[in-house]
Design a protein around this ligand. Sequence first.
Ligand code: 13P
Length: 347
Amino acid sequence: MTMDLDALALVAKKMVARGKGLLAADESAGTIKKRFDAINVESTEDTRRDYREMMFRTDCMKDRISGVILYDETIRQNAKDGTPLVKLIEQAGSIPGIKVDKGVKPLPFCGDETITEGLDGLGERLAEYYKLGARFAKWRAVIDIVPGSLGASQVPSYTAVRTNSHALARYAALCQENNIVPIVEPEILMDGAHDIDTCFAVTQWVLKTVFEDLYYQRVKLEGMVLKPNMAIAGKKSPKQAGVQEVAEKTVKLLKECVPPAVAGIAFLSGGQSDVEATAHLDAMNKLGPLPWPLTFSYGRALQAAPQKAWSGKVENVAAGQKAFAHRAKMNGLASTGEWSAAQEKAV
Ligand code: 13P
């Protein structure tokens, strides 16, 4: 297949269109089971379909959701009435996308650090996903921070940063060769006890490395979307940063590391609460004008509320859709810096 850079750039632009963002609904079988366990719903092919169909049929898809990241099972699934789920997404004017990494494996000689796998045969898989309707893809690299670790046992290690960055860049090049826009996601976890400045420094190192590797793999920046973490304190840190500090430090970090040619930036939520994830995005956009559109590609921060409202019951579908539409609207407003806490209450 020959790469069509104009087509790639157009899709990438649409993914970060003004006032819209991405829904990450690509939970693997194991992750969605965990989410369903929390609401006492058995995870079966049908319940997973019913839940996702509920979201894809919500009105807000048209106005607020530029694209949906799917899991392999979902991109092949039909709605209850037989319509392919991909068609439901397209009918709402949203773009279907696909998670293509195969998850993390332990990285040899690096303690608990991991490497994301899935490069072998990826070109062929991408060609098939294109036929199934995917126009963008996602690959998540996971980097952990252990504060205070030094020397050979430093975490993240040079080994983890370099190998994960290389895999991300190889994935991105294969995507573009197959006319699929890569979402490049190097996630620095916020599970630790580190402070915001440590997160800043590690994210800076990782992003610098990723863009170097993207250059060496000849990836076209206008045909990709970056999905980073924010500069934020670890959840267990006693020194939590306020909304303004997160916004200012994240924007400073991105300006230092992300070339303006990149089509757009769509954040992961990474374990932030729903409203925190929205407030941070809004505060960043209020600091504009910025070199790239800054929007959301949230999983948990968009879905926690609808999951709870739905709880696996047909009679709760309307409530689930209402909860999803609300979060999509709040994040859509945040993507243009037009959100306020008062709007959260105006439901
Ligand atoms: P969260 O927003 O829940 O971090 O999920 C986004 C995602 O796609 C992680 O890969």
